[in-house]
Design a protein around this ligand. Structure first.
Ligand code: ZN
Ligand code: MN
Length: 465
């Protein structure tokens, strides 16, 4: 899809900070009733004055450094003027000409590594949340919750370097990953991320799809747009530059309005906040930067001698990476990588659970039983599934379900029986038909209720045949 051009404007909420961007209101409102975390500043009452949250600035610099940006010598806030009920002041305090950071990049790994340039990172306040009763176009009234008003947002703007909806998703996943490593962002909270996506096909005007609020939504909305724009072009109709809304439920984008121009916002410097030197804080903040995903991935490959693929999966979430390191110190590292990245992660994804749902202690116990060949791989999978679905401990489950691997004497007896009971299969085997061996292995596994080691069964069968 080389003729597809996509740029993203990603709003991320720094929802792990303690207080909002310009007031002392707590950011931990997600479990509280509406309009309980407000004050004159974030309600936009006349005469209320904003005070800049130093921690929010530090967090913004952290993110910008992690995205390889240049931090501004001097930066300041502007008023972006527009009226909407979720913005009671009639303007949003945002940044304009002198954003806190510019010229960064982020590398995504798809089929090949791709460098996505970041044009700018700027700080702004979040508006309140509108709750429409029913579908937006039929809604009789809307409710406003000001708990979100004044939350710290970072707007990360890419250059139009993305070439497919899939790359857009990879970019967002990587960005989320970095933000979580920096401990400034919880991607699971409502409103954590909102994306405006610009998309055009070669030779056409660009459409901006506004306010997509889920990671999957971005990929779907962009895929829809490609089809829509291609169809228009095929029929000789001009694609117009406009703002579109993504209807998550129906999976379509709808025309909202032709795009406002920058001049419509009448940007001017916010007179209640002074310009400040962002760069001064950089050396100290640099020291607090944790190991980031790319560095951790490289270290995992080197230190634990695991595959690039496993390292990538394991570092895709900080919690998962920590879980692995916790376990890897106590059992064979390659086995730990395989079981955590492939098996456990798969079982968790299937159930929509995070790694928090599994204890590293249990993982160690299971892997040790495997190492000692007390249970089969099949048995280990069963233990993991049972732990996730019903709870318990690995030892209990192994006992209850009779998963302790059977000894060689039992296998030998089952092999003999299987040979005796299936003369045709034995003949077929000698005639060179390999399926016959698979069949016999299956018979032995059946007789041992799946508790025999398949390798041992195979070996013994070949010997006896
Ligand atoms: Zn407030
Ligand atoms: Mn914005």
């Amino acid at each position: 899809m080389k003729d597809v051009i996509i740029g993203l404007e990603v709003h991320v909420q720094l929802n792990k900070l303690n207080s909002k961007l310009f007031c002392g209101c707590s950011t931990k409102y997600h479990d509280s009733g509406p309009n309980t975390h407000t004050c004159p500043v974030c309600l936009g009452l006349p005469g209320a004055l904003p005070v800049l949250n130093r921690t929010a600035v530090e967090a913004a610099i952290k993110v910008a450094l992690a995205l390889n940006c240049e931090i501004a010598e001097q930066t300041l806030f502007y008023r972006k003027n527009y009226y909407y009920p979720d913005l009671p002041k009639g303007f949003q305090i945002s940044q304009y000409d002198y954003p806190i950071a510019i010229n960064g990049n982020l590398v995504i790994e798809g089929d090949s590594e791709r460098n996505i340039r970041i044009r700018r990172v700027h700080m702004e306040e979040d508006p309140a949340r509108l709750v429409h009763k029913g579908p937006i176009e039929k809604s009789k009234y809307s409710l406003i919750d000001y708990n979100r008003s004044g939350m710290s947002l970072l707007e990360v703007v890419t250059e139009p370097d993305l070439r497919s909806p899939k790359e857009a998703r990879q970019f967002l996943n990587k960005l989320r990953n970095i933000l979580e490593y920096l401990d400034v962002f919880d991607g699971y909270l409502e409103g954590a991320i909102r994306v405006d996506a610009n998309i055009s096909l070669a030779g056409g005007a660009r459409a901006e799809v506004k306010n997509i609020s889920s990671y999957k939504g971005v990929e779907k909305a962009l895929s829809f747009e490609i089809v829509r724009q291609k169809n228009l072009m095929r029929r000789g109709i001009k694609v117009v530059q406009e703002t579109r809304h993504y209807d998550e439920a129906r999976g379509v984008t709808i025309s909202l309005r032709t795009k406002e121009e920058e001049k419509d916002y009448r940007y001017f410097p916010e007179p209640d906040l002074v310009p400040f030197k962002a760069k001064d804080g950089v050396p100290k903040i640099k020291e607090t930067l944790p190991e980031l995903p790319d560095a951790k991935r490289r270290r995992f490959v080197e230190q634990y001698n695991i595959s690039e693929h496993h390292a990538k999966v394991l570092t895709s979430e900080l919690k998962l990476a920590n879980f692995f390191e916790n376990v890897a110190g106590k059992v064979d590292t390659n086995q730990a990588a395989t079981w955590i990245a492939d098996v456990l992660k798969g079982e968790l994804n299937y159930r929509g659970l995070g790694i928090d749902a599994f204890s590293p202690e249990h993982a160690i116990q299971i892997l040790r039983m495997l190492e000692k060949k007390d249970i089969t791989e099949k048995g280990a999978v069963q233990v993991i599934r049972t732990l996730l679905d019903e709870g318990g401990t690995p030892a209990e489950i192994v006992k209850q379900k009779g998963l302790i691997k059977v000894g060689t004497d039992v296998i030998a007896r089952a092999v003999e029986e299987a040979i005796k009971e299936n003369p045709t299969a034995v003949q077929d085997y000698h005639a060179g038909r390999n399926e016959a061996l698979h069949f016999l292995v299956g018979q032995v596994m059946k007789k041992t209720s799946g508790k025999a080691d398949p390798d041992a069964v195979n070996k013994l069968l070949r010997e006896k045949l």
